[in-house]
Design a protein around this ligand. Structure first.
Ligand code: ZN
Ligand code: CU
Length: 501
């Protein structure tokens, strides 16, 4: 019953007078945003009322952030509130990165246990089964999935993976990838420094990429991010140009002191490929430290000073998570070696004897490179957060998105806020085919984040990595509040997102 005076309750939710960043990269406009059910229905002047009215004056309203490089595949089921992400304003995560996927179940469970020691998961059948599990047990954020090449390869080759696949094995992997694509995964990821991905031949990768079809999505942790970075980037770009797939270089960086500055060249290669018409993208987390397993660092030879991770100093490698030895967490390996009066590699072996899955933070990048990559127009934001409940994980798990907005966009003024927001909203939504996400416009899903541009900032540090960020006030997923007043409500309105047919 319409009454004059504009005081009808016509919407579920109306945000009043916020600075609306629509995700497109354009500067904000002050507007009202009305939501009904799970959708934005009106942007501009909204005379009618909402059942819930949110005063957004002085705050920024943006599309919810999309974490394009997540490892929350299992956390989404084991810790479905995903507080470390939604408290940052993340409303959608792309899981299955670095070749580490959710199916087949057996190798996926082994991966799950490397992130979440001792975890129990009821089995699911294939990627379809995983997505249906998310439907039945929804997390707080939306989740979209990449098939992980390493996991497909483990399922087919088993332990005997330090070799090329036979034709029959490749056919089996292709069958598994077909199941994934039918189930609605967005694409394929590879992790070419890890077992079992590292022994994949170029032919194997090309065949699997072809199966994605023209314009299919291929994301890759390339074979080297250190001395052989440029060869590794060339391999990924060549694969894209040979097969017609769209290539995304994961967590792009140059690691090792002797390699600092090489991203100038790698980005020039990306630009040249794009000028030739190739569809190439990057993702990045905004820190000069990476995080990986201590076993991988030891195997790289870089603890000797120089190896496959480039030149590292013993003090650059800091223990993050060592089960049963929390007193070692936070200590540089070089310091432990000194106190034990043994060599650095022996110290690493001693740590691995205590916990074969020990994780480290590696301070191996330079600030200028981080900034160069972040400024590139093809760069999206991905936390690469490792969702462990133990030890001192890399603070990117809790801080990536507010760090971009508060530190790099506001304090360093490296890029305008609207461009930073674009990199975490409409750009990844378009690139991953997430229809109706990443924008504030009528018809879009109401994934929204309300934050204070003056105070938003990461608070997680290497010493205290679990601090939630400042300045993120409210987060909505599919029209429902998940965070209000900076507090997680425990609601779980997230959805499994499948590739649009
Ligand atoms: Zn990776
Ligand atoms: Cu990763």
């Amino acid at each position: 019953m319409a009454r004059p005076g504009g005081d009808d309750v016509r919407f579920d939710l109306v945000f009043r007078g916020g600075r609306v960043y629509d995700g497109s990269g354009r500067p904000p406009v002050v507007a009202d945003v009305a939501v009904t059910d799970d959708r934005v229905v009106r942007v501009g002047d909204v005379p009618d009322r909402g059942s819930v009215e949110v005063d957004a004056q002085g705050l920024c309203l943006a599309p919810g952030f999309i974490d394009v490089h997540s490892h929350d595949d299992f956390a989404a089921l084991l810790e479905p509130a995903l507080p470390f992400k939604v408290m940052q304003g993340v409303t959608t995560e792309i899981v299955g990165n670095c070749g580490m996927g959710v199916a087949p179940f057996e190798p996926a469970l082994a991966l799950a246990r490397s992130f979440h020691p001792g975890c129990e998961l009821a089995p699911w059948a294939g990627h379809r089964g995983y997505l249906e599990r998310l439907d039945a047990e929804p997390p707080s954020a939306n989740v979209a999935v990449l098939a992980g090449h390493g996991t497909l390869r483990s399922a087919v080759l088993g332990e005997d993976c330090r070799r090329a696949a036979t034709d029959a094995e490749l056919t089996q992997m292709m069958r598994l990838l077909d199941e994934a694509l039918q189930a609605g995964v967005l694409g394929l990821s590879t992790g070419l420094i890890y077992e079992p991905g590292r022994d994949a031949s170029e032919a194997e990768l090309v065949e699997l990429a072809r199966q994605l079809g023209e314009g299919g999505l291929y994301t890759t942790h390339v074979r080297s991010e250190a001395d052989a970075l440029l060869d590794a980037v060339a391999e990924a770009l060549a694969l894209g140009e040979r097969t017609g797939v769209s290539v995304q270089l994961s967590h792009h960086k140059a690691s090792g002191r002797n390699n600092w500055g090489k991203v100038v060249d790698s980005l020039a290669m990306v630009d040249a490929a794009r000028q030739r018409g190739a569809d190439v993208w990057l993702d990045q987390y905004p820190y000069t430290a990476s995080s990986t397993s201590l076993a991988a660092v030891l195997a790289s030879g870089s603890l000797q000073g120089h190896g496959r991770m480039g030149e590292l100093r013993p003090q650059d490698v800091v223990l993050a998570t060592v089960e049963g030895q929390p007193e070692w967490e936070g200590a540089p390996l070089g310091e432990l070696a000194r106190s034990w009066q043994i060599g650095v590699e022996d110290a690493a072996r001693r740590v691995l004897a205590a916990d074969a899955h020990a994780w480290v933070v590696v301070h191996g990048m330079c600030e200028e490179d981080v900034r160069r990559v972040l400024q590139h127009p093809a760069t999206m934001i991905g936390s690469d957060g490792l969702p462990t409940s133990l030890g001192r994980p890399h603070p990117r798990l809790y801080g990536t998105f507010p760090r971009i907005l508060g530190h790099y966009a506001r304090d360093v003024a490296l890029l305008p806020l609207e461009r930073a927001i674009h990199k975490m909203t409409a750009l990844p939504a378009a690139r991953f085919g997430l229809r109706g996400r990443g924008k504030i416009e009528p018809g879009a899903f109401a994934d929204l984040v309300l934050f204070d541009a003056a105070t938003i900032l990461d608070q997680a540090t290497f010493d205290a990595p679990r601090r939630p960020p400042a300045g993120v006030r409210d987060v909505y997923v599919n029209g429902r509040a998940v965070v209000r007043g900076g507090r997680h409500l425990g609601t779980r309105p997230g959805r499994a997102l499948r590739r649009a047919a």
